[in-house]
Design a protein around this ligand. Structure first.
Ligand code: ADP
Length: 191
């Protein structure tokens, strides 16, 4: 299996690049943000549990997020591999993912972190909110999300760096240029 973690702060372009990578490499895209939003839209039990947390820009508790992610992996038994987008966001999530993958005889192949400055992120998300209308894209909620990122999520980087799995890619520039760089990192895993 080719299991890739696409890592980066809110607005780094993980969703855009994931869409392109899944069709090139025939992988299953698991975006925890998308899955949560779909639960909220469909008003499931889980959706009701997390809707306020997400609207406020806070992280959903690990226990809920990890259980949902494992379910999603189990639902795709024939996948050739996964792109994890928006997960893991805490070291506990990264450890749980490692343990779960080991249990199914697999592992994380590599982690690619999209590097984007905070100034660029704020600009991109302000623009996105006009289109998406996402409540958590509003300026005060975005501030909270960026705080969560620099407070909790950033610690996931040294975790994977310690495993020798981390590659950083410049996330500013043309979508196609970034995609080409990501592709060359992935191709290097296969070589
Ligand atoms: P972004 O555009 O900020 O990267 P996402 O669409 O990935 O946002 O996620 C939106 C929200 O969903 C997050 O701010 C958080 O509340 C919740 N969420 C998504 N993934 C996770 C996770 N792995 N752990 C905890 N909360 C999560």
């Amino acid at each position: 299996m080719l299991n890739l973690v696409l890592f980066g702060p809110p607005g780094a372009g993980k969703g855009t690049q994931s869409e392109k990578l899944i069709s090139k490499y025939n992988l299953v895209h698991i975006s925890t943000g998308d899955i949560f939003r779909s639960h909220i839209k469909n008003q499931t039990e889980l959706g009701k549990q997390v809707s306020q947390i997400i609207a406020d820009g806070n992280l959903v508790p690990d226990s809920i997020t990890i259980a949902m992610l494992e379910e999603e992996i189990k639902n795709n038994p024939n996948a050739k591999g996964f792109i994890f987008d928006g997960f893991p966001r805490t070291v506990a999530q990264a450890e749980a993912l490692d343990a779960f993958l080991e249990g199914i005889g697999s592992n994380i192949t590599g982690v690619v972190a999209l590097d984007v400055t905070e100034e660029e992120l704020t600009q991109r998300i302000a623009k996105r909110q006009e289109i998406s209308g996402r409540a958590d894209d509003a300026a005060d909620k975005l501030k909270k999300r960026i705080e969560e990122y620099f407070g909790k999520t950033i610690h996931v980087l040294p975790y994977y760096e310690g495993q020798g799995k981390l590659t950083k890619v410049n996330g500013i520039g043309e979508i196609e240029t970034i995609f080409a760089e990501l592709s060359s990192v992935i191709d290097s895993y296969k070589a």
